[in-house]
Write a protein that binds this ligand. Structure first.
Ligand SMILES: *[C@@H]1O[C@H](CO)[C@@H](O)[C@H](O)[C@H]1NC(C)=O
Ligand SMILES: *[C@@H]1O[C@H](CO)[C@@H](O)[C@H](O)[C@H]1NC(C)=O
Ligand SMILES: [Zn+2]
Length: 320
């Protein structure tokens, strides 16, 4: 009988401990005691451009992002699409990362959590990855346990702007209210490469935390520089989503008291299912880097995919 009572109390307490965006300043754990918290306002002039490749050792490599089997959930704080266990999960590597990071889930914040030079965006996509081979509880205890890619979004009108989110929008009505985690939507195959801006871009990277309790300082943040274009009509649909009675689901900015690195510009290389397709995307990327950088009269060197195409894409002065 005693055991029975204890169990009931425990469930009651853990329900009580549910957090909210209104009560942000009472969040537990590292959220209040931590010193390397996220999100931050990224100052472009203070970011250290890593030209020598000391901290950032090359472009990011996204493998398997074009076919991800995922189910969706409204957890009362966000809309989240998680990779279905047992299906091939995408793998992120390169950039500042040592080793491989397996994709777990992506979720959305409106407004954005990160700011760049004090400017916030309407939406931010977070693609959450775990160091390959670790269990979540292990990863949360290590500074390099997780890596989150942040993609900032801007609004445009017109059908062309609908492409990036087109595959998730039809699911939104099913996600209007908070759901039981055991009751996610039917699995769907998503092309996550559509959620990265196709333009050549740099990224910012720094060591920070999860932006929800327990705010563990286990995250290598990678915030993409070029915003993704999404449609203003699609964006309006997020105002219908019930996230605990709040209009927005972003955490307030935390002190940016640490070094933020900026990569040189390159295309996120997204491995296509076929080698030829992969080569093609690299060539297209190289072309667009050259045209955009030549026009601006600046030169950007990329050493992308040296091992696949034999030689690096050269200094554009020499090509010009
Ligand atoms: C990362 O994954 C790739 C492809 O599966 C593999 O070749 C490579 O050895 C892995 N790297 C590490 C450090 O495990
Ligand atoms: C799961 O979803 C179905 C259909 O939307 C609903 O009828 C059922 O009550 C839900 N179950 C739980 C545990 O939330
Ligand atoms: Zn997030």
């Amino acid at each position: 009988m005693k055991a029975f009572i204890v169990i009931i109390c425990f469930i009651g307490l853990s329900y009580e401990a549910e957090w909210s965006y209104e009560g942000e300043y009472q969040w537990p754990g590292k959220c209040s005691s931590g010193t390397l918290q996220s999100p931050i306002d990224i100052s472009t002039k203070d970011a250290v451009v890593d030209r020598q490749g000391d901290h950032i050792q090359g472009p990011l490599v996204f493998r398997g992002y074009q076919q991800v089997t995922a189910t969706a959930l409204n957890n009362g704080h966000t809309l989240k699409w998680s990779a279905v266990p047992g299906t091939p999960a995408p793998v992120l590597s390169g950039g500042p990362l040592k080793g491989n990071y397996t994709f777990l889930q992506f979720h959305l914040h409106w407004l954005s959590e990160h700011a760049i030079d004090g400017f916030k965006y309407p939406l931010e996509i977070h693609m959450v990855h775990i160091k390959t081979g670790l269990k979540l509880e292990e990863a949360l205890k290590r500074p390099d346990g997780l890596s989150v890619v942040g993609v900032l979004c801007v609004l445009k009108s017109g059908p062309a702007a609908e492409h990036a989110l087109a595959q998730i929008i039809p699911t939104l009505p099913e996600l209007t209210y908070r759901m039981d985690p055991d009751n996610q939507t039917m699995a769907q195959i998503l092309d996550l490469s559509r959620m990265l801006s196709p333009e050549p871009q740099s990224f910012y990277t720094y060591h920070g935390s999860l932006t929800t309790p327990q705010c563990e300082e286990a995250v290598t943040w990678i915030v993409m520089d070029k915003p993704l274009v999404i449609s203003d009509n699609q964006y309006k649909l997020f105002s219908k989503i019930d996230i605990g009675g709040n209009t927005f689901n972003y955490r307030a900015l935390r002190p940016a008291n640490r070094k933020v690195y900026r990569s040189v510009a390159s295309c996120a290389s997204i491995a296509s299912p076929t080698f030829i397709g992969f080569l093609f995307s690299i060539i297209m990327c190289a072309k667009s880097i050259l045209t955009t950088t030549l026009v601006k009269g600046i030169c950007i060197i990329t050493n992308m995919k040296r091992k696949f195409i034999g030689t690096s894409i050269k200094d554009c002065n020499k090509l010009g």
